[in-house]
Design a protein. Structure first.
Length: 392
């Protein structure tokens, strides 16, 4: 296998990584029943709901928001990661296949994380660098429901002489403003490691593992230790894990580096994304959230487009704006409140003593003015995050 190991990064690359800052974003958008729930009484499509003392609120799950975000990124050039089945019989589960993908070749695995089980004995997991909250409505659900029927198709069948009858159904409906937040942990994004214990004990035997590199392939091979054989020689080596690179090493090096440690205690494989590739992925995620996510539910086209957006650079990747932001009525229309409370949070990063906070609103949703200066130019905000809009 061509050499792909490098333990040190250049001063320029280290500087690029230091500049990047953790990011939090909270948006308010207008949506309509974007996340359906179970069928009630067989022919009523419900929506997901939460109950509080002041009423019932619809919500869109974190899983659905993740789906809409990733679908948008796929439309913008991202690739879906390979998946595989793990387990046996009725207990098989679908999981991402890291035998064929890794964070260098798959932005999805890098941004959204994964869990991969190996032979039911161990699992390699990656926590998602992107944090996503539920999208909860800011207006209560009042029990609206609509009646639907497939009259057009039925009439077509009748016109052909068929004995067709309508199939009526009902849907719970809720049009509301929703609030959702995202965080990006830039220290976690672009870095991954796979760790295998050097020795394991199974069935009162000790097994030793070694790493083998062959062309564009990495294998973890296990064999019984000499002390556990006790004169037996019928048990040989077996491959417990194999990872094949989708790209040749020269192409892979443009995306990042691979580091390998094989000592007495462990086998560790590190993946480090290149600074430029890392910045590009972050920028694509931010642009998708800012410009709007592609969303469709129950065959109805919808949108998750920010009518209000507050984003900031933070020391800790926490959705610091989420609990404070709310809507209030003023002069017959809604206004976004709570921003000053957000700005009092000490996790917010500063540049020349000014807090790195970006705010964008719309004609439909104005916001209460604040005392501090905020960034209103998106390109300026990207630059303060360590990401330039048109960086070469």
């Amino acid at each position: 296998m061509e050499e792909a190991v490098r333990t040190e990064q250049s001063p320029e690359e280290k500087g690029n990584q230091i500049k990047l800052k953790n990011i939090t974003i909270t948006i308010i958008f207008e949506g309509s029943a974007l996340n359906r729930d179970e069928n009630l009484a067989g022919n009523i499509l419900s929506i997901k709901k939460l109950r509080r003392k002041d009423g019932t609120y619809s919500f869109i799950s974190k899983t659905a928001i993740r789906h809409y975000l990733f679908s948008t990124l796929v439309r913008n050039g991202w690739k879906e990661a390979d998946v595989c089945l793990s387990g046996s019989g009725d207990k098989k589960v679908v999981q991402f296949d890291i035998a064929k993908d890794d964070i260098l070749t798959s932005p999805e695995l890098d941004a959204f994380g994964y869990m991969y089980t190996i032979g039911g004995e161990m699992a390699i997991t990656r926590k998602s660098p992107i944090g996503i909250t539920k999208a909860i409505s800011l207006e209560p659900y009042e029990g609206d429901m609509a009646f639907y029927c497939n009259h057009d198709l039925v009439q077509r069948a009748i016109n052909k002489g068929e004995d067709a009858k309508p199939n009526p159904f009902s849907k719970e409906e809720h049009v509301s403003f929703y609030k959702v937040s995202f965080t990006i942990d830039v220290e976690r994004l672009g870095k991954d490691e796979w760790v295998f214990p050097k020795k394991v004990e199974r069935n009162n035997k000790v097994y030793t593992r070694k790493l083998v590199e062959d062309n564009n392939k990495i294998q973890i091979i296990e064999s019984p230790s000499q002390e556990s054989l006790r004169g037996r020689s019928d048990e040989g080596e077996r491959t417990i894990f194999e990872h094949t690179f989708k790209e040749n090493i020269s192409d892979l090096k443009r995306k990042g580096e691979l580091g390998i440690v094989d000592d007495d205690r462990k086998i560790k494989i590190d993946f480090i994304l290149s600074p430029n590739e890392k910045k590009e992925r972050i920028k694509q995620i931010l642009e998708a959230i800012r410009n709007g996510l592609h969303a469709q539910s129950s065959g109805e086209a919808n949108s998750i487009i920010p009518l209000f957006m507050i984003a900031g650079a933070v020391k800790i990747p926490s959705p610091i704006s989420h609990p404070y932001i709310y809507l209030a009525r003023e002069d017959g229309s809604y206004i976004v409140c709570g921003i000053q409370d957000c700005l009092n949070n000490e996790w917010i990063e500063k540049d020349n003593e000014e807090k790195i906070i970006y705010i964008c609103s719309s004609e439909k949703l104005k916001y209460q003015k604040v005392q501090e200066k905020v960034i209103q130019d998106w390109n300026d905000f990207l630059e303060k995050l360590g990401i330039k809009k048109n960086e070469e």
